[in-house]
Design a protein around this ligand. Sequence first.
Ligand code: HEM
Length: 412
Amino acid sequence: MGTTSPLHDDLLSDEVNEDPYPAFARLRAEDPVHWSDRHRAWMLTRHDDVVAASNHPNLSSDRVRPLLARMPEERRATVGPVFEMIADWMVVSDPPAHTRLRRLATHAFHPKKFVAMEDRIRALVDTYIDEYVQSGEQDLIANFAFPLPATVICELIGAPVQDADRMKAWSQELALVAFGTGGDARADRHARALAGLEEMLAYFSELVARARERPPGGDDMISSLLEGDASGERLTDDELLGMCALMLFAGHETSMNTIASTVYQLLRHPDQLALLRADPKLAGKAVEEGLRTEGAIKVLQRWVTEDLELRGKRIRAGDRVFLLLAAANRDPERFADPDRFDITRSPNPHVAFGKGMHTCIGAMLARLEMRMAVGRLVQRLPNLRLADEGFRPQWQPSIASRAMRALPLRHD
Ligand code: HEM
């Protein structure tokens, strides 16, 4: 009998963090509903299963409170506060709380608003391309892919743009916990996340106080949320601060990482880059393919509220389930030649924005800014190329997010 090597399911191992796709392909083919001792979680890797699980009534997004409830007393004293502060956020709540929060947030996210933002975003893209070129710096992430979405999200929320750097620092600290960092930062991640979150909430309190003094009718997010929906229902003060923090956190690193990974892949695939240069209208599809092949969120988490059976395996109430979006997005059952980066792929039913009731509320905005960012960069900088042909990206150690550390380019 031949021997088979063990499946790799340690998302924080260097090997899987650097290139998760071979490990995900084996999990998907050999054990699509896999129990990982390492993470004490079930891992779902098939597209159909991930989509079905995203809509399954026994799988809950209320994943912070159960952690708190299980936490031993002494651990709760140190790491509890950060969990308590995020436990009521929309993204970690179930109906009916989620339904109410999502309805009130949707009011501030009307598609008409984004159409109106289009010209402004195009102008920002061009400004940041000019600054990138003039700066003489190489790293596209620090000098373009970060400031663009950070500025857009500040303007959306109604925060002064000069505060974008502080916002980045706070949300990076929070990401250490929310996305499950590895590496050196793992040991003190809770203290750092708590400090960042406290500062962020104090900052938003001031912004909300200032917005209350202005006449109603402003079209920034804080003003819309203060107004409430058509029936006059509003968020409480704590909910409002939580919503601002969530939008900031959810809205900029994800877009930054996707801009970077899409540009990187275009540069690695000259045939695809040539297609985009020949037909700039393909920018939207190029971004969709960037989302599919290197989406910013690798893994989502759910808790099981009642026993269920999946592909013959008994999943028990109280278990944790990981939805591996990054594995589902390369499922050969759904995508022909799934590891190929193909900007003409159609249809492209990737799950990079999630599925079901929690599907990304900012997807329309993200798509708009990423399409313009990638399209304009490629059009305006015909000599854009990797600074070093031998460059291999390094990825931040993380269970849930897929984030390149730097992308050094030349354009002269
Ligand atoms: C490339 C960019 C982005 C990606 C890949 C992304 C990905 C996701 C994913 C996978 C979810 C589902 C979470 C879950 O089911 O647990 C989600 C939800 C969410 N996203 Fe995004 N996102 C992006 C951009 C944005 C932007 C720009 C904003 C805000 C302006 C935003 C705000 C949110 C919020 C508030 C939720 C929670 C929705 C809910 O719980 O109902 N995202 N996002």
